[in-house]
Design a binder for this molecule. Structure first.
Ligand code: NCD
Length: 357
């Protein structure tokens, strides 16, 4: 197996997702975080446990002061050229928890890309000043390409993919898995659970990433409830078939609500419309979770959403204890903090601190 810093770009580019994932693991810990497929079950569990330790340590001032010293020698660049609220802010907060100072570019109109600089040169520039690059872009595969460029340059700093095109959102998958781990902690964990994905499953990168990561668990059944025009694409079903994972597609959301241990709602991703306004021709009114559906939901089930929502979950649902999306969002801050601590090998210190306390 070739490692990422040795492999030729064309060879890496042509690997399947599992092959790419294997290439990215470096002595059992992530360096670049580019793909949901690079995480094994053991790594997901370790990361979740670390996030929980950090969450506990952060409860008081002494603990916060300890965390803030972990990476006070580092700087991070948040290069977000695609809109973001939660992912951007939770990475900011994660950096602040660990004492990392941050710089940002959120619009290429204000950077030298506007003058015609290539993305490769922009990213090499960031790596001259910063120790970590977190990037979101609307271009599929861009984070991979940039990580490869840096791994073959004289200052290889890690890149975290904070969402690329329609294909990948690995850190969202991490926070979704952490939310599932926590929610089912006393119910036998994620194994054997039924996860119902709802909405625009065709273009949602969070669905694509989570669906793949869920195959690390035993006996998970995935149900995709969407109108025909927004059903999951063949790459997801082929991946699930190849891994022997149980799944089904349905047009009937209401029928599958009682089966769910977790319902994963998503919005229409109309920014990807080939022709402006084409999504508005698809009737998604039957794919909204309202207060009227609460009775049909199992007592221990949870309702998730990567957010932002646009009416797929009515606000009356927010007060139900099974509504998990706000806590899911906060979990994103903890898991991203854990991920960064792990990349910079400060996880051992954090575990020791928790043990000693
Ligand atoms: C998601 C995204 O950007 O893909 N948002 C997020 O990161 N929480 C989901 C979405 O925008 O629908």
């Amino acid at each position: 197996m070739q490692t990422f810093d040795r492999i030729e770009w064309e060879v890496f580019r042509n690997l399947d997702l599992d092959g790419k994932g294997r290439c990215l693991t470096r002595e059992g810990r992530p360096f670049h975080v580019l793909l949901a497929q690079q995480f094994s079950r053991a790594e997901l569990e370790e990361l979740g446990a670390l996030a929980t330790s950090i969450r506990r340590i952060a409860k008081d001032r002494t603990g916060m002061a300890f965390l803030r010293e972990r990476l006070s020698d580092k700087r991070a660049m948040l290069y977000f050229t695609q809109p973001s609220t939660r992912t951007f802010l939770s990475f900011c907060a994660a950096c602040q928890i660990l004492g990392i100072q941050i710089g940002e570019v959120r619009d290429t109109a204000t950077s030298s890309e506007f003058k015609g600089e290539t993305k490769e040169d922009s990213v090499r520039t960031f790596s001259s000043y910063f120790d970590l690059i977190v990037m979101r872009s609307q271009e599929s595969g861009l984070a991979e390409r940039m990580a490869w460029v840096l791994s073959h340059a004289d200052r290889p700093v890690p890149i975290i993919n904070a969402g690329s095109g329609r294909d990948q959102h690995p850190t969202q998958a991490l926070l979704d898995i952490y939310t599932l781990q926590r929610s089912f902690e006393h119910q036998g964990g994620i194994d054997g659970k039924t996860i119902v994905f709802v909405g625009d499953l065709l273009r949602g990168r969070t669905v694509r990433s989570l669906s793949s990561v869920l195959t690390n668990y035993e006996g998970v059944r995935q149900i995709f409830a969407a109108p025909e025009a927004f059903q999951v694409s063949d790459d997801i079903t082929a991946m699930l078939e190849a891994r022997g994972a149980e799944f089904e597609k349905t047009a009937s959301f209401e029928k599958v609500i009682p089966l769910a241990d977790a319902i994963y709602m998503t919005r229409v991703q109309d920014e990807w419309d080939a022709v402006k306004g084409e999504s508005s021709g698809v009737d998604v009114s039957a794919y909204c979770f309202t207060a009227a559906h609460l009775d049909a939901l199992k007592p221990n089930a949870i309702i998730m959403h990567p957010l932002p929502r646009r009416g797929e979950i009515s606000v009356e649902v927010d007060g139900d204890p099974r509504a998990m999306y706000w806590r899911q969002m906060r979990n994103g801050m903890w898991i991203r903090t854990a991920l960064i601590a792990q990349i910079f090998e400060r996880d051992g210190e954090i575990r020791d601190y928790e043990k000693s306390g």
